[in-house]
Design a protein around this ligand. Sequence first.
Ligand code: ADP
Ligand code: NI
Length: 216
Amino acid sequence: MIVNKEDLLEAARAFVKDELGHDSSGHDYWHAHRVSELAGRIAAIESADVFVCRLTGLLHDIADEKLNESEEAGLQKVEYLLKHHMVDDKTINVVLEIIQTMSFKGGGMPPVRTLEGKIVQDADRLDAIGAIGIARAFAYSGKAGQLIHDPEIKPREHIEKENYRKGKNTAINHFYEKLLKLKDMMNTKTARDLAEKRHRFMCEFLEHFYDEWEMK
Ligand code: ADP
Ligand code: NI
C-alpha cells in the first residue's frame, strides 16, 4: 500500500462527517469515531491490522440501508473514496467485505471472515451497549417513533431480517431483543472483557428503570 495512512484517515473522517454528521439516530460521526478508536485499540492487543480496523471503523455505517439510499450506493461511495486515495485493490476489497458482512439485523448473516472484520464488528457492538449504548437506543427509538416502554408490548423471541425493523416496538424491548445478547456475541477475548462492565451497567439500569416504573 503506497497511501499516506494519516491523510486517508483524515479524508475518511471528513467524508463521514459529511455523510452522517447530522444523523440523530445514534449513527452520527461520533459513533463512527468511537468505533474506529475502539477497533484500533482492540486490533493492537489482538495483533491485527490497526490501520484497516481504524479505517473500516470510520466507514462501517456508510452503506447502512437506513442511512443511505441503498447499500450499493454507500459501498460505491466508499470504493470511490479509497480509489481516489490510491488504496490498493486488496485493501479496498477487505474494507468493503467487512462493511457488507458485519451488520446484525436479526443475525443469520454470513459470518465475518477476517480478524479485522471481527474486531470492527466487536467495536460496533461495544458501542451499542453500556452507558453509550443506552443513550443510543433511546435516541434511535425516539427518532423511529417508538415509545420508551409499554408493558403491554412484549419483546419478540425470534426476529427475521425482514421483520427486524417492522412492527410496533419499544426502546426497552430492544434491550431484550438485541443489546443484552451482544456480550456473548463478541468475537475476540479483548472485546468480551470490555463488554462485561458495559453489560453489567445495562442490567443495573434496567433494574432501576423497573423500580421507578413500579414506584418502589
Ligand atoms: P447495526 O449495528 O447492524 O447497524 P442497528 O443499526 O440495528 O445495527 O443498531 C445500531 C444502534 O441502533 C444500536 O445501538 C441500537 O441500540 C439502535 N437500535 C437499532 N434498532 C433499534 C430499536 N428497534 N430500538 C432501539 N434502538 C435500536
Ligand atoms: Ni455502527
